[in-house]
Design a protein. Structure first.
Length: 370
Protein backbone atom coordinates (compact mmCIF):
# COMPACT_ATOMS: atom_id res chain seq x y z
CA UNK A 1 0.00 0.00 0.00
CA UNK A 2 1.41 3.39 -1.01
CA UNK A 3 0.65 6.52 1.00
CA UNK A 4 1.41 10.17 0.23
CA UNK A 5 1.74 12.68 3.06
CA UNK A 6 0.83 16.30 2.45
CA UNK A 7 2.22 18.63 5.10
CA UNK A 8 4.38 21.75 5.21
CA UNK A 9 7.33 20.05 3.64
CA UNK A 10 10.09 22.63 3.63
CA UNK A 11 9.86 24.09 7.12
CA UNK A 12 12.88 25.05 9.19
CA UNK A 13 10.91 24.64 12.38
CA UNK A 14 11.89 21.73 14.63
CA UNK A 15 8.34 20.65 15.33
CA UNK A 16 7.48 20.70 11.63
CA UNK A 17 10.36 18.48 10.55
CA UNK A 18 10.00 16.07 13.47
CA UNK A 19 6.24 15.62 13.05
CA UNK A 20 6.80 14.88 9.34
CA UNK A 21 9.35 12.23 10.26
CA UNK A 22 7.07 10.81 12.95
CA UNK A 23 4.07 10.62 10.61
CA UNK A 24 6.16 8.70 8.12
CA UNK A 25 7.40 6.28 10.82
CA UNK A 26 3.87 5.68 12.14
CA UNK A 27 2.54 4.83 8.68
CA UNK A 28 5.57 2.67 7.89
CA UNK A 29 4.96 0.72 11.10
CA UNK A 30 1.61 -0.26 9.59
CA UNK A 31 3.36 -1.77 6.59
CA UNK A 32 2.83 1.16 4.22
CA UNK A 33 5.20 2.59 1.64
CA UNK A 34 5.29 6.30 2.41
CA UNK A 35 6.53 9.50 0.83
CA UNK A 36 5.93 13.19 1.47
CA UNK A 37 4.77 15.39 -1.39
CA UNK A 38 6.88 18.51 -1.77
CA UNK A 39 4.32 21.26 -1.94
CA UNK A 40 6.04 24.65 -2.08
CA UNK A 41 7.29 26.22 -5.26
CA UNK A 42 9.60 28.28 -3.06
CA UNK A 43 11.24 25.15 -1.76
CA UNK A 44 14.86 24.99 -2.72
CA UNK A 45 17.18 22.30 -1.42
CA UNK A 46 20.41 23.87 -0.28
CA UNK A 47 23.45 22.09 -1.65
CA UNK A 48 26.13 22.21 1.07
CA UNK A 49 28.67 22.97 -1.67
CA UNK A 50 26.86 26.16 -2.65
CA UNK A 51 26.46 27.61 0.83
CA UNK A 52 28.87 30.48 0.09
CA UNK A 53 26.99 31.35 -3.09
CA UNK A 54 23.68 31.39 -1.19
CA UNK A 55 25.14 33.74 1.42
CA UNK A 56 26.44 36.05 -1.29
CA UNK A 57 23.05 36.01 -2.99
CA UNK A 58 21.23 36.90 0.20
CA UNK A 59 23.68 39.64 1.09
CA UNK A 60 23.34 41.17 -2.37
CA UNK A 61 19.56 41.20 -1.95
CA UNK A 62 19.84 42.86 1.45
CA UNK A 63 22.90 45.07 0.91
CA UNK A 64 20.98 48.07 2.14
CA UNK A 65 20.06 46.49 5.47
CA UNK A 66 21.94 46.97 8.70
CA UNK A 67 24.66 44.38 9.49
CA UNK A 68 22.54 42.55 12.07
CA UNK A 69 19.97 41.71 9.38
CA UNK A 70 22.73 40.33 7.18
CA UNK A 71 24.00 38.24 10.08
CA UNK A 72 20.53 36.84 10.69
CA UNK A 73 20.21 35.93 7.03
CA UNK A 74 23.55 34.12 7.02
CA UNK A 75 22.59 32.20 10.12
CA UNK A 76 19.25 31.40 8.51
CA UNK A 77 21.05 29.83 5.54
CA UNK A 78 23.20 27.69 7.85
CA UNK A 79 20.09 26.53 9.66
CA UNK A 80 18.30 25.83 6.38
CA UNK A 81 21.16 23.61 5.28
CA UNK A 82 21.00 21.55 8.51
CA UNK A 83 17.26 21.10 8.16
CA UNK A 84 17.49 20.08 4.52
CA UNK A 85 20.18 17.54 5.39
CA UNK A 86 17.86 16.07 8.03
CA UNK A 87 14.95 15.91 5.59
CA UNK A 88 17.04 14.31 2.86
CA UNK A 89 18.29 11.65 5.26
CA UNK A 90 15.12 10.79 7.16
CA UNK A 91 12.08 11.87 5.14
CA UNK A 92 11.25 10.18 1.85
CA UNK A 93 10.13 12.98 -0.48
CA UNK A 94 8.74 13.08 -4.00
CA UNK A 95 10.85 14.25 -6.92
CA UNK A 96 8.06 16.62 -7.91
CA UNK A 97 6.33 19.62 -6.33
CA UNK A 98 2.59 20.12 -6.15
CA UNK A 99 0.76 23.46 -6.04
CA UNK A 100 -2.88 24.35 -6.59
CA UNK A 101 -1.90 25.48 -10.10
CA UNK A 102 0.38 22.56 -10.87
CA UNK A 103 -1.07 19.19 -9.95
CA UNK A 104 0.69 16.19 -11.54
CA UNK A 105 -1.53 14.42 -14.02
CA UNK A 106 -2.80 11.11 -12.68
CA UNK A 107 -1.49 11.73 -9.16
CA UNK A 108 -4.60 10.09 -7.71
CA UNK A 109 -3.54 6.83 -9.40
CA UNK A 110 -0.03 6.94 -7.95
CA UNK A 111 -1.16 6.31 -4.37
CA UNK A 112 -3.75 4.30 -2.51
CA UNK A 113 -4.36 7.04 0.07
CA UNK A 114 -3.38 10.65 0.75
CA UNK A 115 -2.80 11.85 4.32
CA UNK A 116 -2.86 15.54 5.24
CA UNK A 117 -1.21 16.50 8.49
CA UNK A 118 0.04 16.79 10.96
CA UNK A 119 1.10 20.33 11.94
CA UNK A 120 -0.81 23.51 11.12
CA UNK A 121 -1.65 22.66 7.52
CA UNK A 122 -5.10 24.21 7.95
CA UNK A 123 -3.99 27.44 9.63
CA UNK A 124 -5.89 30.28 7.88
CA UNK A 125 -3.21 32.78 8.88
CA UNK A 126 -0.55 31.09 6.77
CA UNK A 127 -0.20 32.57 3.29
CA UNK A 128 0.53 29.18 1.75
CA UNK A 129 -2.86 27.78 2.73
CA UNK A 130 -4.90 26.53 -0.23
CA UNK A 131 -7.32 23.82 -1.27
CA UNK A 132 -4.55 21.29 -1.89
CA UNK A 133 -3.95 21.22 1.88
CA UNK A 134 -7.39 19.59 2.06
CA UNK A 135 -6.54 16.96 -0.60
CA UNK A 136 -9.02 18.33 -3.13
CA UNK A 137 -7.03 16.72 -5.96
CA UNK A 138 -7.58 13.18 -4.61
CA UNK A 139 -10.49 10.86 -5.32
CA UNK A 140 -13.31 10.13 -2.92
CA UNK A 141 -12.21 7.37 -0.57
CA UNK A 142 -8.54 8.42 -0.66
CA UNK A 143 -8.57 11.40 1.71
CA UNK A 144 -7.42 11.03 5.31
CA UNK A 145 -6.77 13.82 7.82
CA UNK A 146 -4.22 12.71 10.41
CA UNK A 147 -4.08 15.09 13.37
CA UNK A 148 -3.86 18.33 11.38
CA UNK A 149 -4.25 21.64 13.18
CA UNK A 150 -6.00 24.92 12.47
CA UNK A 151 -3.56 26.64 14.83
CA UNK A 152 -6.40 28.96 15.87
CA UNK A 153 -9.55 28.56 17.93
CA UNK A 154 -11.78 30.49 15.50
CA UNK A 155 -11.79 30.79 11.72
CA UNK A 156 -12.02 34.18 9.98
CA UNK A 157 -15.27 34.69 8.07
CA UNK A 158 -13.49 34.77 4.71
CA UNK A 159 -12.49 31.11 5.13
CA UNK A 160 -15.81 29.65 6.29
CA UNK A 161 -17.35 28.66 2.95
CA UNK A 162 -14.18 27.18 1.46
CA UNK A 163 -13.25 25.29 4.63
CA UNK A 164 -16.77 23.91 4.95
CA UNK A 165 -16.62 22.57 1.41
CA UNK A 166 -13.06 21.22 1.54
CA UNK A 167 -13.29 19.57 4.96
CA UNK A 168 -16.68 18.13 4.09
CA UNK A 169 -15.05 16.17 1.25
CA UNK A 170 -12.45 14.46 3.45
CA UNK A 171 -13.32 10.82 4.05
CA UNK A 172 -11.72 10.28 7.47
CA UNK A 173 -11.42 13.20 9.87
CA UNK A 174 -9.15 13.59 12.85
CA UNK A 175 -7.69 16.74 14.38
CA UNK A 176 -4.99 17.66 16.87
CA UNK A 177 -6.91 19.96 19.24
CA UNK A 178 -10.33 20.02 20.79
CA UNK A 179 -10.82 23.56 19.48
CA UNK A 180 -10.30 22.14 15.99
CA UNK A 181 -12.88 19.42 16.58
CA UNK A 182 -15.34 22.13 17.62
CA UNK A 183 -14.65 24.07 14.41
CA UNK A 184 -15.23 20.97 12.27
CA UNK A 185 -18.45 20.15 14.10
CA UNK A 186 -19.76 23.66 13.55
CA UNK A 187 -18.74 23.71 9.89
CA UNK A 188 -19.81 20.24 8.79
CA UNK A 189 -21.82 18.66 11.59
CA UNK A 190 -19.26 15.83 11.66
CA UNK A 191 -17.34 14.54 14.66
CA UNK A 192 -13.56 14.56 14.22
CA UNK A 193 -11.41 12.30 16.38
CA UNK A 194 -8.92 14.27 18.50
CA UNK A 195 -5.52 12.57 18.22
CA UNK A 196 -2.14 13.36 19.72
CA UNK A 197 0.56 14.89 17.56
CA UNK A 198 2.52 12.20 15.66
CA UNK A 199 5.69 13.12 17.57
CA UNK A 200 4.06 11.59 20.66
CA UNK A 201 3.56 8.31 18.81
CA UNK A 202 7.28 7.53 18.99
CA UNK A 203 8.92 6.49 22.26
CA UNK A 204 11.85 8.24 23.88
CA UNK A 205 14.16 5.44 22.73
CA UNK A 206 12.90 5.73 19.16
CA UNK A 207 13.71 9.44 19.19
CA UNK A 208 17.13 8.89 20.72
CA UNK A 209 18.01 6.58 17.83
CA UNK A 210 18.23 9.64 15.58
CA UNK A 211 19.56 12.12 18.15
CA UNK A 212 23.00 13.59 17.67
CA UNK A 213 25.32 15.41 20.06
CA UNK A 214 26.18 18.89 18.76
CA UNK A 215 29.78 19.49 17.77
CA UNK A 216 30.27 22.43 20.08
CA UNK A 217 31.27 22.98 23.66
CA UNK A 218 28.23 22.71 25.92
CA UNK A 219 27.75 23.23 29.65
CA UNK A 220 27.34 20.06 31.71
CA UNK A 221 24.08 21.24 33.26
CA UNK A 222 21.77 23.70 31.62
CA UNK A 223 18.29 25.13 31.25
CA UNK A 224 16.93 24.92 27.72
CA UNK A 225 14.69 27.73 26.47
CA UNK A 226 12.63 27.37 23.30
CA UNK A 227 10.44 30.40 22.53
CA UNK A 228 8.78 30.86 19.15
CA UNK A 229 7.31 34.19 20.19
CA UNK A 230 9.08 37.09 21.87
CA UNK A 231 10.50 36.39 25.30
CA UNK A 232 9.30 39.04 27.73
CA UNK A 233 11.68 40.86 30.04
CA UNK A 234 9.87 39.27 32.98
CA UNK A 235 10.38 35.77 31.54
CA UNK A 236 14.06 36.51 30.93
CA UNK A 237 14.51 37.65 34.52
CA UNK A 238 12.76 34.58 35.94
CA UNK A 239 14.83 32.19 33.84
CA UNK A 240 18.11 33.87 34.76
CA UNK A 241 17.13 33.88 38.44
CA UNK A 242 16.40 30.13 38.46
CA UNK A 243 19.59 29.42 36.49
CA UNK A 244 21.74 31.36 38.94
CA UNK A 245 20.00 29.90 41.99
CA UNK A 246 20.58 26.34 40.77
CA UNK A 247 24.03 26.87 39.25
CA UNK A 248 22.80 26.16 35.73
CA UNK A 249 23.76 27.65 32.39
CA UNK A 250 21.13 28.68 29.85
CA UNK A 251 20.97 27.55 26.22
CA UNK A 252 18.56 29.63 24.15
CA UNK A 253 17.25 27.96 21.01
CA UNK A 254 16.44 30.35 18.16
CA UNK A 255 19.16 32.76 19.29
CA UNK A 256 20.05 34.58 16.06
CA UNK A 257 23.19 36.04 17.62
CA UNK A 258 24.71 32.58 18.09
CA UNK A 259 25.00 30.85 14.73
CA UNK A 260 26.05 27.57 16.35
CA UNK A 261 22.91 27.35 18.47
CA UNK A 262 20.52 28.82 15.90
CA UNK A 263 21.68 26.41 13.20
CA UNK A 264 21.40 23.23 15.27
CA UNK A 265 19.73 20.37 13.41
CA UNK A 266 16.58 18.47 14.43
CA UNK A 267 18.84 15.58 15.55
CA UNK A 268 20.66 17.95 17.90
CA UNK A 269 17.39 19.46 19.10
CA UNK A 270 16.38 16.01 20.38
CA UNK A 271 19.76 15.48 22.06
CA UNK A 272 19.63 18.79 23.91
CA UNK A 273 16.13 18.11 25.22
CA UNK A 274 17.25 14.74 26.53
CA UNK A 275 20.25 16.17 28.37
CA UNK A 276 18.80 19.36 29.88
CA UNK A 277 17.74 19.89 33.50
CA UNK A 278 14.74 22.13 32.80
CA UNK A 279 12.81 23.55 29.84
CA UNK A 280 11.16 26.96 29.51
CA UNK A 281 9.00 27.27 26.40
CA UNK A 282 5.98 28.81 24.70
CA UNK A 283 6.04 26.08 22.07
CA UNK A 284 3.70 23.14 21.55
CA UNK A 285 6.51 20.86 20.44
CA UNK A 286 8.79 22.23 23.15
CA UNK A 287 6.22 20.92 25.63
CA UNK A 288 5.81 17.65 23.70
CA UNK A 289 9.52 16.80 23.79
CA UNK A 290 9.70 17.76 27.46
CA UNK A 291 7.01 15.15 28.09
CA UNK A 292 8.67 12.53 25.91
CA UNK A 293 12.06 13.03 27.58
CA UNK A 294 10.39 13.50 30.99
CA UNK A 295 12.05 16.80 31.72
CA UNK A 296 10.62 19.45 34.06
CA UNK A 297 9.14 22.22 31.94
CA UNK A 298 7.41 25.57 32.35
CA UNK A 299 5.01 26.88 29.70
CA UNK A 300 4.61 30.59 28.94
CA UNK A 301 1.80 32.02 26.83
CA UNK A 302 2.93 33.13 23.38
CA UNK A 303 3.84 36.82 23.37
CA UNK A 304 2.70 37.79 19.89
CA UNK A 305 -0.45 38.33 17.86
CA UNK A 306 -1.31 34.64 17.75
CA UNK A 307 -2.54 34.06 21.28
CA UNK A 308 -5.36 31.92 19.91
CA UNK A 309 -2.69 29.40 18.93
CA UNK A 310 -2.48 28.52 22.62
CA UNK A 311 -5.47 26.18 22.08
CA UNK A 312 -3.07 23.42 21.06
CA UNK A 313 -1.19 23.80 24.32
CA UNK A 314 -4.46 23.81 26.24
CA UNK A 315 -5.37 20.42 24.75
CA UNK A 316 -1.91 18.98 25.40
CA UNK A 317 -1.62 20.12 29.01
CA UNK A 318 -5.17 19.07 29.81
CA UNK A 319 -4.68 15.60 28.31
CA UNK A 320 -1.56 14.93 30.36
CA UNK A 321 -2.92 16.67 33.46
CA UNK A 322 -0.08 19.18 33.32
CA UNK A 323 -1.98 22.46 33.69
CA UNK A 324 0.16 23.14 36.76
CA UNK A 325 3.16 23.60 34.43
CA UNK A 326 1.85 26.92 33.14
CA UNK A 327 4.03 29.73 34.37
CA UNK A 328 1.16 31.56 36.04
CA UNK A 329 0.46 28.46 38.16
CA UNK A 330 3.98 28.29 39.58
CA UNK A 331 3.70 29.91 43.01
CA UNK A 332 7.07 28.93 44.49
CA UNK A 333 10.48 27.79 43.28
CA UNK A 334 10.07 24.28 44.67
CA UNK A 335 7.39 23.54 42.08
CA UNK A 336 9.73 24.16 39.17
CA UNK A 337 11.70 20.92 39.35
CA UNK A 338 8.99 18.95 41.15
CA UNK A 339 6.94 17.32 38.40
CA UNK A 340 5.01 14.06 38.42
CA UNK A 341 5.33 12.02 35.21
CA UNK A 342 3.60 8.96 36.73
CA UNK A 343 0.58 9.05 34.42
CA UNK A 344 2.36 10.07 31.21
CA UNK A 345 3.16 6.55 29.99
CA UNK A 346 -0.32 5.20 30.62
CA UNK A 347 -1.92 8.19 28.87
CA UNK A 348 0.44 7.77 25.93
CA UNK A 349 -0.42 4.08 25.68
CA UNK A 350 -4.12 4.91 25.42
CA UNK A 351 -3.59 7.74 22.93
CA UNK A 352 -1.24 5.73 20.73
CA UNK A 353 -3.73 2.87 20.62
CA UNK A 354 -6.50 5.33 19.73
CA UNK A 355 -4.44 6.72 16.84
CA UNK A 356 -3.54 3.30 15.47
CA UNK A 357 -7.18 2.22 15.57
CA UNK A 358 -8.15 5.37 13.64
CA UNK A 359 -5.42 4.89 11.04
CA UNK A 360 -6.09 1.19 10.53
CA UNK A 361 -9.76 1.92 9.99
CA UNK A 362 -9.00 4.81 7.62
CA UNK A 363 -6.51 2.71 5.64
CA UNK A 364 -8.86 -0.29 5.68
CA UNK A 365 -6.26 -2.47 7.38
CA UNK A 366 -7.03 -5.54 9.40
CA UNK A 367 -6.39 -5.12 13.10
CA UNK A 368 -3.45 -7.49 13.08
CA UNK A 369 -0.51 -5.10 13.00
CA UNK A 370 0.89 -3.06 15.86
Amino acid sequence: MKIAILTMSNGINYGNRLQNYATQKVLESLGCEVETIRNFTSQKIVDPNTIKERIKEILSDFYYRVPIIELKKMNYVLRERKFNEFTEKYVQQTNYIITKDRIPKGIEKMYDFFVCGSDQVWNPEFDINSEIDFLTFANKGQKIAYAPSFGVSELPMKCINDYKKWIGQIDCLSIREQAGADIIKELTGRDAVVLVDPTLMLTKNEWLLISKKPKLKLPKKYILTYFLGDKSKSAEEKINYIAKKNNLDVINFLDFSNKYIYSLSPHEFIWLFNKCELVYTDSFHGSVFSLIMKKPFIVFDRQDNHTSMNSRLDTLLSLFKMESRREENITNDNQIFNIDFTNVDSILEVERSKAFIYLKDALKLKNDKR
